[in-house]
Design a protein around this ligand. Structure first.
Ligand code: ZN
Length: 247
């Protein structure tokens, strides 16, 4: 069965979400939010289907303001029973460089919150992988999942040494980088993701969790392990990182 640890289900149509909810091949999906509005929407999706788990976060985009954090923090504390992780959070130097200091300040506050609540974080680090790892160094107790990590060998090794988890996106079939990561990173630290509706492996279609079936095939090939064993390994890894079966 399929597990998608990083998607944005709030951006898919209602019909598509229903299809995902009812598809028996899909075991669990973590829908990640980017602001307060999408965090609220994610909680609604969790009420519709218990297999949809929720990560809430303030994404490091252009609009991010330091003052966003307080309302967000109150929201998280109030709804903490329904929240599986803090995400998507992190730093981004690809889309914007101007508010990097604000990004860092909010990221640190979100990590402090995750530490207090003892829940994992799901991290975006586009073109800021080094800076993300520098900040994470001060939070050794926080369980970290690096989503779609594109850092170099040295940074991947650093993540491995610190025991971080890595989620492999659906473009693994084409991307040498992610294929290499699958050889390098211990199998107990690998998870699967789509970033739906983004990063689709098919030009004419939006991404969706079921496309992870294609990733499983590739991982099975690289690990030289049957597909059902790969799915089981990923399920075990998921259970180790997130203890979510109580809601
Ligand atoms: Zn994302």
């Amino acid at each position: 069965m399929i597990i998608d640890v990083h998607s944005h289900l709030d951006l898919l149509t209602e019909e598509k979400v229903k299809e995902i909810g009812e598809n028996k091949k899909i075991k669990l999906v973590i829908t990640n939010s980017v602001d307060l509005k999408t965090s609220k929407k994610s909680l609604k999706l969790n009420k519709m289907f218990s297999k949809i788990k929720v990560a809430v976060g303030l994404y490091p985009g252009k609009e991010l303001k330091l003052s966003d954090f307080n309302i967000f923090e109150n929201f998280v504390r109030k709804n903490k029973e329904s929240i599986t992780a803090i995400g998507e959070i992190g730093l981004d130097l690809h889309h914007t460089k101007e508010n990097f200091e604000i990004q860092k300040a909010v990221f640190i506050k979100e990590l402090e919150l995750a530490k207090q609540l003892e829940i994992p974080v799901i991290i975006h680090s586009r073109k800021a992988e080094k800076e993300v790892l520098e900040i994470l160094e001060s939070f050794p107790k926080v369980k970290v999942l690096l989503h779609c990590f594109s850092g170099n060998f040295k940074l991947i090794t650093k993540g491995i040494e610190r025991g971080y988890y890595f989620s492999i996106p659906t473009n693994v079939n084409r991307s040498e980088h992610f294929q290499k990561m699958l050889e390098l990173i211990p199998r107990e630290k690998i998870l699967t993701e789509t970033d739906s509706p983004y990063l689709s492996p098919h030009k004419d279609k939006e991404n969706e969790p079921i496309f992870i079936e294609e990733s499983i095939k590739k991982i099975s090939e690289i690990w030289k392990n049957p597909e059902d064993k790969v799915e089981k390994q990923i399920e075990d890894n998921f259970n180790k990182l997130f203890s979510v079966f109580n809601n």
